[in-house]
Design a protein around this ligand. Structure first.
Ligand SMILES: Nc1nc2c(ncn2[C@@H]2O[C@H](COP(=O)(O)OP(=O)(O)OP(=O)(O)O)[C@@H](O)[C@H]2O)c(=O)[nH]1
Length: 397
């Protein structure tokens, strides 16, 4: 891991959050959906529990003014909690709206604090409720440590001050209460700090792993494209785009073998451009190259997709024609010859009389091999050259 990444993954010892803001934002965004769901659930449960305590209020106070005041306060807190549960459900990822998560805690804390002036005699019960609420703020309601801690400190401080003001507590009792509340905060704070730390460490690890995987996928894609390029270079003739000689030999050998197994006819052409040296000498090598690519194009267009054409070398092409009878092969060769002759070239090449000579070999014996066929097609080709070029010569000798 690079130093930069290491720095990004540092978690603050006091807040339990990533020191790097963008990393923290990324983390919060990644847990937003879960947080939203859990926050809603927690708020609804809390509202229910808070409502249930209304029954104890009634038992203790009866239908008194204090009871109605308490009831109004409880209804207000519960309504706000439910409203916030609804809002959090819609907009409450804490990557942006952190305050939305703080708000219900502060409302609940206020509700709990306000019980004391209304029911001072229930202090003992309320102390338990406050300790439970502090724990819930830290551990049960999904929240950021800072949000939970601030709301807890508010609840702790507010409750302590109100208890001192409204209930006559002895100094020793006050000290005990303060220690208890501090303890509850320390335990909750440490537990949540540890949780936040572990969750972020886990997130950082997963993130690293994902980065490494992405790098690996990139590397694999790069290698694959290199392989494809290499294959292309090895299999294709760079100038004309037809098969390279070696690739042609592989494909043609396989086609010949299949033809021999299936006992279907197989023919092979050797195509040579006539007087190409003269073409080069007169119009230059660049135009010579251009003419070669045009001839390759015309040949390809004159063949079936199942035929295979390769550049054998220089101005010589070779074609394998599976499942082709000698008469069909001759017709195809004539077509190529005619198409080359009629090749539309640029104006500056209008004086050029382009032609090819084609030698055809027919596969006969079952053990006929590709080299033997090529040799035979070659001798047909040279017979054609000898007899004046621009012709097709077929034979099995
Ligand atoms: N422009 C170009 N010329 C090539 C290429 N490969 C081979 N040649 C040329 O093709 C010419 C072949 O000449 P020769 O073998 O004497 O045959 P030819 O002039 O075609 O005469 P015949 O085959 O007897 O009709 C040579 O001048 C080579 O330099 C190529 O890739 N590009």
């Amino acid at each position: 891991m690079s130093q930069q990444q290491q720095k990004q993954h540092n978690v603050h010892w006091l807040t339990g959050q990533f020191c790097d803001d963008s990393k923290e934002f990324e983390y919060r965004s990644s847990v937003a959906t879960r947080v939203r769901f859990e926050s809603r659930l927690a708020l609804i449960l809390v509202a229910l529990v808070f409502a249930m305590f209304g029954i104890t209020d009634y038992n203790l106070l009866g239908l008194t003014r204090e009871y109605y005041l308490l009831l109004t306060m409880r209804v207000a807190v519960i309504s706000l909690c439910l409203l916030l549960a609804f809002i959090i459900g819609r907009h409450g990822g804490y990557s942006r709206n952190t305050w939305l998560h703080a708000l219900p805690l502060w409302i609940l804390a206020t509700g709990i604090i306000l019980i004391i002036p209304l029911r001072p005699e229930s202090l003992a019960t309320q102390i338990t409720a406050v300790v439970v609420a502090i724990m819930a703020f830290y551990l049960l309601i999904p929240n950021l440590l800072t949000v939970a801690a601030l709301a807890s400190f508010y609840l702790t401080g507010g409750f302590f001050v109100i208890a001192l003001l409204y209930v006559g507590i002895s100094p020793a009792g006050a000290l005990r209460l303060a220690l208890l509340l501090i303890m509850a905060n320390v335990v909750g704070y440490c537990a949540l700090l540890r949780l936040e730390f572990l969750q972020r460490k886990q997130f950082a690890l997963l993130h690293d792993e994902r980065d490494q995987n992405r790098e690996m996928m990139k590397e694999i894609a790069h290698r694959k494209s290199l392989e494809a390029q290499l294959r292309m270079v090895a299999e294709r003739d760079a100038l004309t785009g037809v098969d390279s000689r070696s690739h042609f030999m592989k494909r043609a050998a396989a086609l010949l073998q299949r033809a021999q197994i299936e006992k279907t006819p197989f023919c092979l052409f050797m195509i040579d451009v006539d007087h190409f040296k003269q073409v080069n000498d007169t119009w230059g090598h660049t135009r010579g190259d251009f003419i070669l690519t045009k001839i390759a194009e015309v040949c390809e267009q004159s063949l079936r997709p199942s035929d295979v054409i390769g550049r054998f070398g220089g101005e010589e092409f070779v074609v394998a024609l599976p499942d082709t009878s000698p008469s069909d092969a001759q017709a195809v060769a004539e077509r190529i010859k005619n198409n080359v002759e009629a090749l539309p070239l640029t104006d500056e090449l209008s004086d050029l009389n382009l032609s090819v000579t084609i030698g055809i070999a027919i596969a006969q014996a079952e053990d006929d091999d590709l080299d033997a066929l090529i040799t035979r097609a070659d001798s047909m080709l040279y017979a054609g050259k000898r007899d004046g070029r621009n012709r097709v010569v077929i034979g099995a000798e």
